[in-house]
Design a protein. Structure first.
Length: 284
């Protein structure tokens, strides 16, 4: 069953440059994710924290809860009034993780988890990477932009791993549960998949440039025409026949030839995705 992560989710991991206890409770209301604010946090970390061995040592530590919450409280303000230059860099790193993790959605959508699991089970690293790249092409653009900004930060941190000792594996362990998790999700599935999240995120970090190439962040945005008005629909559907469908009957599938325009007169439909690439519209 779905539930929020709370202080009951407690894990600790100790390694060089990493000490975490998942002990900061979630707020009832998350601060909406803003790419401009995300960029501001990442820029501060990049300017001051890339060589810090204990950069993420505050993450999940109750002692710094008030400080982290104080930083988060600024993120509803206009960008010019947000001042992070004087904030402790480790507190900013903890804020970044909590800021992402408290969102009501995951930056790596839930429907990608199984395809990514399959990718991670490919027999060679090259095949794993190729399969992961193919899947990440389909991330929604609104998720791709913040994800790309985070990956750029992780790439820079990794370039200083000889000093900070934060390898792609360690960064995967830190950021995997954050990128794949969300404020509300299946708790047992989270525990089951934590190592998968870490492994896939490690691949993201290690092959950041390739992931950034396929993420749909720089695609040309087509100008959306105005919505059809009621009189437009009347013209389009003049003398158009009505058609009924049974529950769970496929109306049309992606990739199949279709020369019709459909408009719902009564009832409802749903979209079912059997693979990342293909979906179908069904009667409900």
């Amino acid at each position: 069953s779905s539930r929020s992560i709370s202080s009951s989710l407690k894990h600790s991991r100790e390694s060089k440059g990493l000490a975490m206890t998942g002990d900061i409770p979630f707020q009832n209301e998350s601060v909406p994710l803003r790419v401009d604010v995300l960029n501001l946090i990442c820029t501060q970390i990049e300017s001051r924290g890339l060589e810090m061995e204990d950069l993420f040592s505050y993450h999940g530590n109750r002692h710094f809860n008030v400080q982290v919450r104080g930083i988060l409280s600024q993120f509803s303000n206009d960008l010019p009034s947000i001042d992070l230059a004087t904030e402790d860099c480790k507190a900013l790193a903890a804020t970044l993780l909590l800021y992402i993790q408290e969102q009501p959605y995951s930056l790596i959508p839930h429907e990608f988890h199984e395809p990514l699991r399959y990718s991670s089970e490919q027999p060679t690293k090259k095949k794993q990477q190729k399969a992961v790249f193919k899947i990440m092409k389909y991330v929604q653009p609104e998720l791709a932009s913040p994800l790309a900004r985070i990956l750029k930060l992780l790439k820079k941190i990794l370039l200083h791993s000889n000093v900070n000792h934060l390898t792609s594996t360690k960064l995967g362990e830190i950021f995997g549960p954050v990128l794949f998790g969300a404020k509300v999700f299946d708790y047992e599935q989270y525990l089951k998949n934590r190592s998968l999240f870490a492994k896939i995120t490690g691949i993201f970090v290690e092959h950041c440039d390739d992931i950034l190439k396929v993420l749909p962040t720089n695609k040309r945005v087509l100008k959306v025409p105005p919505l059809l008005q009621e009189n437009d629909w009347e013209i389009i559907f003049t003398d158009a026949p009505s058609q009924s469908f049974q529950t769970n009957e496929i109306i049309f599938s992606e990739g199949a030839p279709n020369y019709n325009i459909y408009r719902i007169q009564s009832g409802s439909v749903r979209m079912m995705r059997q693979q990342v690439e293909l979906g179908a519209i069904l009667k409900t």
